[in-house]
Write a protein that binds this ligand. Structure first.
Ligand code: SAM
Length: 298
């Protein structure tokens, strides 16, 4: 996967040299380039912001440097593609799939055409914003399937909307929020998204099985984990985990995942309800959680 990050604080991305992302980059599984937006300014102060039209506090990021940056990193495709993608978690897939027919310009193109040539997907522009669609594991899964992601890190009051509107005429654009709070800038949000996406790329995790049962993989939170010693500060590891009985351990973990999810994230459990079997429902009922299953006959 190729990743371009545009920011006025390239230093924020030092952590991308570390740990598993650093290793994935060294192994050639991930090609990340960080670009200083001010490279595409032309005044002596390297200005990237200005006062908002209509008045109000704060500054808005000017469109010109962003436009030039995106032109440089994602040259105009041979075939028009894209459109804004307000719903990457659902119907937005159509925009992504449709855009897959477009081929970025070859010579000088930022995106290598790849062996499959005409089938190469264009870049997807990802813009972190508190006004975007909420980032989830499902969205991370979909983004992990892209060949080229371009992240645009906003600062101040954000980026002039025309940058996104124009970009959407030639590539899919996703406005993504980390959650219902406001950060200083998009850099931290991009680091979070990249961690979630990178660990899903084939070959990045030593043991890909660790993805299978973790929180959010199947709509439930993961059961608690324990390691040695078996007794620590008077607290024992649950006996079942030391029993060697794999069926019982799996059942215990499933029960713990159900109960944890019911207590901490009833919203997740409500969405996973169609996947629950009678045994699951009995475990929840035994702990006082009454779950209504949808009537499939309706
Ligand atoms: N005026 C904007 C609003 O109210 O929607 C907030 C701008 S914020 C101070 C500056 C930048 O931080 C945004 O452009 C975005 O890149 C980033 N940001 C802030 N909160 C975020 C969140 N919850 N998720 C993703 N990015 C966020």
């Amino acid at each position: 996967m190729r990743v371009d990050i545009i920011t006025i604080f390239p230093e924020y991305f030092g952590p991308l040299d570390l740990s598993l992302i650093g290793r994935a980059r060294a192994a050639g599984l991930l090609d990340i380039a960080v670009h200083d937006l001010r490279t595409w300014t032309h005044d002596v102060h390297r200005t990237v912001d200005d006062t908002p039209y209509g008045g109000g506090p704060g500054m808005v990021m000017r469109p010109e440097p962003w436009g030039e940056a995106l032109d440089a990193l994602v040259p105009a495709p041979a075939v028009a593609a894209g459109g804004s993608d307000p719903d990457l978690a659902g119907a937005g897939e159509a925009a992504s799939a449709g855009a897959g027919n477009a081929e970025p310009a070859g010579a000088g193109g930022a995106e290598p055409a790849g062996a499959d040539g005409a089938g190469a997907a264009p870049a997807r522009l990802v813009v972190p914003t508190p006004a975007g669609e909420r980032f989830t594991q499902a969205m991370a899964n979909r983004l992990a399937g892209e060949r080229h992601l371009v992240f645009a890190c906003g600062r101040y009051e954000g980026i002039d909307q025309r940058v996104l509107d124009h970009a959407a005429t030639r590539m899919p654009v996703s406005e993504v929020s980390l959650g219902d709070y406001v950060l200083f800038g998009g850099e931290v949000a991009v680091l979070v998204m990249l961690e979630a996406i990178t660990r899903l790329l084939p070959g990045v995790l030593g043991n890909a099985e660790s993805l299978a049962d973790e929180s959010h993989a199947h709509g439930l939170l993961e059961a608690p984990g324990y390691t040695k010693p078996a007794r620590w500060r008077g607290l024992d590891v649950p006996d079942v985990l030391r029993s060697g009985d794999h069926a019982r351990i799996a059942r215990w973990r499933r029960d713990q995942a159900l109960l944890r999810t019911a207590r901490r994230r009833p919203d997740l459990l409500a969405r996973a309800v169609a996947e629950l079997d009678d045994r699951d429902l009995a475990v929840l009922a035994g702990a006082g959680f009454r779950i209504e299953q949808p009537d499939m006959a309706k």
